[in-house]
Design a protein around this ligand. Structure first.
Ligand SMILES: [Zn+2]
Length: 193
């Protein structure tokens, strides 16, 4: 193992989870469930981050839902350097590709999000870019609201379950492994200037 010069601690967050009798709270289509795929990506990414000598804090390690506030609290309490939340998108059948969300005006997180999107598109997903989240009270991305004051924080939506093109890739565990390895390398690379 190569010992890195700076050890990063990445908060890795798998979106959604099962709650109150619901098997999943994320989206599902084409035989795929967002909650399970997100956890699969987080597990793989975490493995590669730790293999490179860095540290991880995983906000949920099983299928159970963790509240959005709690996810941020876990990352902040652990003193993480970066918060990455993984989701899989849903939309009309024609929508596809990878996109990321960061808090409105958060340039530091935007640069890292851009880098991660750039890595995922190497694997055949369309580039939808990095988008601002308004962080309003009712924002679906409120997980970013507290964490981004303490560390760069972003949500990465890896493809659309509802797209036949993206779903075929997402179903392939070798594809998920390759994407996860690339994302892990992007997470542990020095922060963009
Ligand atoms: Zn989601």
């Amino acid at each position: 193992m190569i010992v890195p010069t700076k050890i990063y601690k990445a908060a890795l967050d798998a979106g959604h989870g099962s709650s109150r009798g619901l098997a999943h709270t994320g989206c599902a289509a084409n035989g795929l469930v967002e909650d399970d795929l997100a956890l699969d990506f987080i597990t793989r990414i975490g493995h590669h981050v730790r293999l490179a000598g860095h540290k991880t804090t995983i906000t949920r390690t099983d299928s159970k839902l963790v509240s959005l506030v709690e996810r941020g609290r876990i990352a902040i309490a652990s003193g993480c350097d970066l918060f990455v939340s993984i989701h899989i998108n849903a939309g009309p059948a024609t929508a596809n590709g990878v996109e990321a969300f960061v808090a409105q005006g958060d340039k530091r997180s935007q640069a890292i999000a851009q880098r991660l999107v750039g890595r995922v598109i190497r694997h055949g997903l369309r580039d939808r870019g990095v988008k601002w989240d308004s962080l309003s009270q009712y924002s679906r991305l409120k997980v970013l609201r507290d964490t981004c004051r303490y560390m760069p924080a972003l949500i990465l939506e890896i493809g659309f379950l509802t797209s036949l093109h993206d779903a075929a890739l997402l179903k392939d565990k070798y594809w998920r492994e390759a994407v996860s390895m690339d994302i892990a390398e992007g997470i542990i690379a020095p922060p963009p200037k």
